[in-house]
Design a protein. Structure first.
Length: 548
């Protein structure tokens, strides 16, 4: 068995909206490409800076001459240990070359880059710059010092969410320069071999990624040292995070606005469809009669076309139903004159001297005429009943007394059929028309007597446990109801139950009239086979009047 999930229009449109989830993926790929481009640009920039510094230091051998230590001065090598504060390495009074190198690299250094020059022995001759970005100081009154509403929302709501899955750059890291660290550096090894080299590594504590570029310093055909330029990827990561945040914010806003717009549109669409459905359901009553016509929509879309089509169909159906409902009365009116002519002609023929065998034909003609009159009377009975019910006066009466009085009359009207009344002695007060109840019971009893094959016709009247409904039942022994019409027995012109031949025509209007009278009293009529397969029981449930 296949599982089918019913989705409304709103759910379907929101499901279609999931297609737009491909936008974040495309944006993610775009940001990754942007990050790759920025990293490559950063490497090219660092390599260019290293090349520029190295060019300024080429073919200047005196810059790499070791100064002669004096007893009063510290060794020059001791002064080359780089500090972590970002300033240039201290130089002693006996190292004029190193001081010149410091002046050159300080002029070319950038805020977030660190430049240092080493010789072949991996001694740091000079250093400038820092890997940490300076903390900006925003004075009051400067642009951006007063946060806007949107920046406040981003800072307090969005940034905490983004920080959960975006790695945030930090300047709280350690990166020490020492002899072993320089020896292990691949870019320095490549530069001292005469090749411009770049590399990427983590800081010693793993909190930051450092990009470095090393360029050889040539003196003649010999590499005397190297220029190393380093910078963290914090700026690239910051730009990447900003791009991600802008992308996610725009996508979130677009999805939110799109979801709200689609939900509102789908709600309006669903409301129009539900209104059309309700109008279509109320246009036809439970008996299949057209009660009204759907108001045609002026909308130019498909739902408007559907509403106008429904309105046109119901209008034509209403006209046809009206024609059918009035056909019986029209037919009766049109046939009364020819029936009167036939009746008067038969009466005139009876007054004339006729042959002996002619009387037989007159009796047959008179019988056929009587049956035709009876058919016309039955055809117009339901129409007259509906018109009469709309004008009937309602009153409170004892249903038990009405049923008991009718049963006494049935015993006289049907002397060959025994009747059994089971009504008790308690009064059952209902609100309605006692004449219509009597007419309804007449139809039930006539139907039971007609199809009775033996035994008594049982008429019972009971009250439910709560005392809210009184149930009138008429049962008889006879043929069972065919399953094909058990649910359609109270419809007009339905009569498929076999029974004994009757001198009167049977048009299937009796139980239809029973249903009309039951519905007039806010009740319902049902028919089912008796237990044991020995007949049929027809029951009518009527609401009892509230006790005064």
């Amino acid at each position: 068995m296949s599982l089918r999930v019913a989705l409304g229009i709103r759910a379907q449109l929101l499901w279609v909206l999931t297609v737009f989830l491909a936008i974040p993926w495309l944006g993610y790929e775009y940001v990754r490409e942007l990050e790759r481009f920025l990293r490559e640009a950063q490497q090219r920039t660092l390599a260019g800076t290293a090349q520029a510094v190295a060019t300024a230091l080429h073919d200047r051998p005196r810059l790499f001459d070791r100064p002669t230590p004096t007893p009063a001065a510290e060794p020059a090598a001791a002064a080359t240990t780089p500090d972590e504060t970002g300033g240039a390495a201290n130089t002693g009074p006996g190292s004029p070359g190193q001081a010149e190198i410091t002046q050159i690299i300080e002029g070319l250094s950038r805020t977030t880059a660190r430049i240092f020059v080493i010789n072949r022995e991996l001694d740091v001759l000079a250093k400038a710059g820092s890997l940490r970005a300076p903390t900006p100081v925003l004075n009051a009154g400067e642009p951006g010092s007063d946060p806007t509403i949107w920046t406040t929302i981003e800072r307090k709501l969005l940034h905490p969410v983004y920080s959960l899955f975006l790695k945030q750059p930090t300047d709280d890291f350690r990166e020490d320069l020492s002899g072993p660290a320089l020896v292990r550096a691949k870019e320095i090894e490549g530069a001292l071999s005469g090749i411009l080299s770049t590399d990427r590594r983590l800081s010693t504590d793993g909190k930051a990624t450092i990009v470095s570029a090393a360029h050889p310093i040539w003196v003649g055909d010999e590499v005397k040292g190297a220029v190393v330029v380093e910078e963290t990827t914090n700026a690239v990561v910051t730009e990447r995070n900003r791009a991600f945040e802008r992308l996610f914010t725009i996508v979130l806003a677009a999805l939110t606005i799109g979801s709200v717009a689609l939900t509102l549109y789908a709600s309006r669409l669903s409301a129009r469809i539900r209104r059309l459905r309700d109008e279509a359901e109320h246009a036809i009553d439970a008996r299949g009669r057209v009660q009204g016509v759907i108001a045609g929509s002026k909308a130019s879309d498909e739902i408007g076309d559907l509403a106008r089509s429904f309105s046109s169909v119901l209008a034509r159906l209403g006209q046809y139903a009206s024609y059918q409902e009035n056909m019986a009365s029209r037919l009766s009116h049109e046939l009364r004159t020819p029936i009167a002519v036939v009746r008067s002609s038969l009466e005139n023929l009876r007054q004339q001297p006729l042959a002996a065998d002619t009387g037989v034909y007159l009796e047959r003609a008179q019988g056929g005429l009587n049956r035709l009159v009876h058919i016309l009377t039955r055809m117009t009975e339901a129409t007259r009943l509906e018109q009469g019910m709309s004008e009937a006066d309602r009153e409170r009466f004892d249903l038990r007394a009405v049923v008991a009085g009718c049963v006494e009359g049935y015993r006289l009207a049907y002397p060959d059929a025994p009747f059994e009344l089971r009504a008790g002695s308690e009064a059952m007060v209902v609100d309605g028309a006692p004449d219509l109840i009597a007419q309804m019971l007449d139809k039930l009893v006539a139907n039971a007597v007609e199809f009775r094959t033996g035994g008594a016709v049982i008429i019972a009247l009971d009250r439910d446990e709560d005392g809210d409904f009184a149930t009138l039942t008429v049962s008889n022994e006879g043929p069972l109801l065919p399953p094909a019409i058990e649910g359609r027995l109270f419809e007009s012109m339905v009569s498929l139950r076999p029974g004994p031949a009757s001198p009167e025509p049977h048009l299937g209007l009796g139980l239809y009239i029973v249903r009309l009278i039951a519905e007039f009293h806010a009740g319902r009529a049902e028919a089912h086979n008796r237990a044991g397969g020995v007949g049929v029981t027809v029951s009518v449930s009527l609401p009892c009047a509230p006790r005064e």
